[in-house]
Ligand binder design. Structure first.
Ligand code: NOJ
Length: 792
């Protein structure tokens, strides 16, 4: 009863009696129950599909205190954090578990007498948002398209260096939630692709990069934030509930976060929506259970901004820090500790978890003060751009995917006469809106307003603030000037004037997306008509698509005059230079599609649209389970336009000599144990055995073409048992650059996790006994070699 009293006192006013009778009138018993219930009982799951634990959030209490036992570095950080917290009063502890108004997007409370400063939090995943003298990096989806771990790391490191230089303690990224379940998801572009393995590689590498720079990384949004529509509580009712079964939760959605945790991520942001009927920031199964127990998380869970939905319930379910203000905590949390609704240990654990990463990243020794300004303040500018423009250009090119190239259209051979068409070629040139401005209020966040110009990022907190933007038009002008050629352009017309003498016509279109809404369509008629109109007279029409996710191309891709097409992603501030380096062949393309491009929108079936229910308690049932994107297309034998992992090169490659073997560790024992050893302690990232390399696959790749180039070799696994996806990506490597005729051996390391399924009964990762099929090739459908691995 005490507990319920404490919980009730922390409900928002709209849920309890008192101030506003109108608010009181909307109080519904069911709402109160749903707010309280995450902390007290099994959530109801009636009427949900018959999949293991589908729609259920079993209660997991008490909240496991962080132990610092992952490794010596965490132990030292915990010793220091515990020492500080032991000297703090309840009020001081409460003070650091909440956001306060300040100069950063989020600011924690400070404890000056103990030398604990306000920690500064800032967006976002592809560059510091809303600031000056910072870089605009490619978006997550673009980085994923590089299939290049080295670039992923260097991206994270450069990002981290900029956050560090600006005195920002906590970077709000990288993103693997949304993963990209629905094709029209508004924020899919922020994340590192809808394949959990590729996203995991990115999450791990970017997290390591950010934290090597001394900045706390915040993988987000945990978990299942797969649509924007009704992601939050509104007057219509509760946020959407993402209902998923236990196996899918582990193998698909939690999977990429594991890599970030393994690399030491110091924070995790919980998401807005409900997961299995319980708000993610008060879902004890997700926070206490999966994150803090199974995955041994040592750091702190921070709420998404204003995403806290209850006081006591969220504290006991494992939330450690509420942003950007006190929310339901503050004095109420102190009161809840005094009346026993929240234990002193729990509050202490929150504070320790917040201060441990601060020590883990050595931010307690010397950290620059936040250099965060508004343009109305006179200040000394702090420039953190360094030479990141070169890296941005490199990643921009490496994530550009060539999907069509006939008649040796590309690379260009010093063309003399180019025509450039379409609103996407230049900055903010719009046939619909008279906008040509960057700066002034919220437009400092470039992505909000750029959907009619070159798309270098997209909208919302994942957008960036470029110092400048090199448009494709600018870069093409530079090249044409060098070659003493000529250009003609028209950024506005849907049906530009023909120049039949042009060497090539470049048509620039885009597909915009943003946080807070989902995409209305994967294509638009204006752009499709523009391409067709140009192609009707220009025999060499090259289409460049900058897109915040999937863009279908069925209207024109087969047109004989469309000779080349590039998915140029969201490449950041050097967009034009990146693209030109691929067009002119300075860079031989290695970008690969990080999603499936269907022949028509309807091919995505139920995975096209978000749930748009107007029900007070909307539900999104993830009944497809593991089968999203290419797994869905493979399962239902649907031929895509361009499959996941696909991308062309200016040269060609041959694959040969696949061998698959267990590693020495596993072959010296007679067999691979089905389950990881129960007696081994869990560390951050999960059971250590999950990360052991248990098998190796080797093959050779040879450049069989006429020019230098690198290949992205991909490994897919078919897990025995008949209930897993036909094939799943479980390895990739950038091979080369190789000169013509050159051969190189590629080695793929397969970990226990890569080959395991989540056993919902035993509640553990399990190897399947039987024959695993191992496929190596150039995409998820261009499979060149096949081998086997037997687990007995
Ligand atoms: C809400 C977004 O969902 C989150 O990703 C972001 O970090 C915060 N706002 C802070 O801007």
């Amino acid at each position: 009863m005490e507990f319920l009293k404490g919980a009730y006192s922390m409900l928002p006013h709209k849920f309890r009696g008192g101030r506003d009778p109108a608010e009181q009138a909307v109080l519904s018993t069911k709402t109160v129950v749903s707010v309280l219930c995450a902390a007290c009982s099994l959530q109801e799951g009636a009427g949900v599909p018959d999949l293991p634990n589908h729609g259920l959030s079993p209660p997991v209490y008490p909240s496991p205190p962080g132990s610092g036992s992952t490794n010596g570095r965490w132990t030292t950080a915990y010793d220091r954090a515990r020492d500080l917290v032991s000297q703090m009063t309840v009020e001081e502890r409460v003070n650091i578990t909440q956001g306060w108004p300040g100069i950063c997007v989020g600011n924690t409370g400070e404890v000056p007498r103990l030398g604990i400063p306000a920690l500064c939090f800032a967006d976002g995943p592809s560059g510091i948002r809303g600031q000056e003298f910072v870089s605009a990096f490619p978006a997550g989806i673009h980085v994923a398209a590089t299939f290049d771990r080295d670039l992923m790391y260097r991206y994270g490191r450069a990002l981290g260096d900029e956050f560090h230089g600006k005195g920002i303690n906590v970077a709000l990224g990288p993103v693997a939630g949304p993963l990209g379940r629905v094709a029209k998801g508004g924020r899919n572009w922020e994340g590192l692709s809808n394949d959990p393995y590729l996203a995991g590689a990115g999450m791990g590498a970017v997290t390591r990069g950010i934290q090597d720079a001394g900045v706390i990384a915040t993988p987000k949004h945990w978990l299942l934030n797969e649509q924007e529509f009704r992601r939050r509580w509104t007057e219509l009712g509760d946020a959407v509930s993402a209902n998923v079964d236990d196996r899918t939760l582990h193998e698909l959605y939690a999977f990429p976060f594991m890599d970030a945790l393994r690399e030491g991520a110091g924070a995790v942001m919980c998401s807005y929506q409900r997961t299995n009927h319980s708000y993610a920031c008060q879902n004890s199964k997700l926070l206490n259970g999966v994150l803090k127990t199974e995955l041994g998380f040592e750091g702190f869970v921070v709420s998404d901004w204003d995403g806290q939905m209850s006081g006591v319930a969220s504290a006991n379910a494992g939330l450690d820090l509420v942003m950007p203000r006190a929310g339901f905590w503050g004095d109420n949390l102190a009161e809840a500790v005094r009346n026993g609704s929240v234990s002193e240990e729990r509050l202490g654990d929150m504070a320790i978890r917040i201060l441990a990463p601060w020590h883990y990243l050595h931010q307690h020794t010397a950290y620059p003060p936040p250099a965060i300004y508004t343009n109305t303040q006179k200040h000394f500018p702090v420039d953190v751009q360094a030479d990141h423009a070169r890296l941005i250009e490199e990643i921009g090119a490496a994530g550009t995917v060539l999907v069509k190239n006939v008649n040796n259209t590309l690379p260009f051979k010093k063309p003399k006469f180019l025509c450039v068409y379409g609103y996407g070629a230049a900055l903010k040139a719009s046939p619909w809106q008279n906008r040509d401005r960057y700066g002034g209020g919220y437009e400092d966040n470039f992505g909000w307003n750029t959907f009619n110009g070159t798309l270098i990022t997209a909208g919302g907190s994942g957008g960036s603030s470029p110092p400048y933007v090199v448009s494709p038009f600018q870069a093409l002008q530079e090249r044409v000037a060098q070659d003493r050629g000529i250009l003609r352009w028209d950024f506005y017309s849907e049906d530009p004037t023909p120049y039949v003498n042009a060497d090539a016509c470049l048509v620039f279109i885009n597909a915009y997306a943003s946080e807070s809404f989902d995409r209305p369509s994967l294509k638009d008629d204006f752009s499709d008509r523009l391409v067709l109109n140009v192609a009707s007279w220009c025999a060499n029409t090259i289409v460049v698509v900058h897109s915040a996710g999937i863009r279908t191309v069925d209207a024109w891709i087969a047109h004989p005059n469309v000779t080349a097409t590039l998915f140029a992603g969201l490449p950041g501030q050097e967009a034009g230079h990146s693209l030109a380096s691929v067009l002119y062949g300075d860079v031989n393309p290695t970008g690969r599609l990080p999603y499936t491009v269907a022949r028509s929108e309807s091919d995505y079936g139920d995975l096209l649209n978000p749930t748009t229910s107007s029900d007070p308690f909307p539900e999104a049932n993830f009944t497809e389970g593991l089968f999203i994107d290419y797994r869905y297309f493979d399962k239902h034998s649907i031929t895509p336009q361009f499959e996941f992992g696909f991308g062309l090169s200016y040269t060609s490659f041959a694959y040969a000599d696949l061998s698959v073997s267990k590693t020495t560790t596993t072959t010296t024992t007679t067999d691979l144990a089905e389950f990881p050893d129960k007696n081994v302690r869990i560390v951050q990232g999960g059971h250590p055995a999950l990360w052991e390399v248990v098998a190796l696959a080797k093959c050779t790749v040879t450049n069989t073409g006429a020019v230098d180039g690198a290949e992205i070799a991909q490994l897919y696994v078919s897990i025995p048992g008949g209930d897993s996806p036909v094939r799943q990506l479980r390895g990739f490597a950038k091979v080369g650059p190789l000169v013509p005729g050159q051969e190189r051996e590629v080695v793929f390391e397969l970990t226990r996790r890569d080959l395991s399924v989540w056993d919902v009964v035993v509640q553990d990762w399990r190897l399947r006994r039987g024959v695993y099929e191992i496929w190596v090739g150039a995409s998820s459908r261009d499979l060149r070699l096949k081998g086997e691995l037997e687990v007995r």
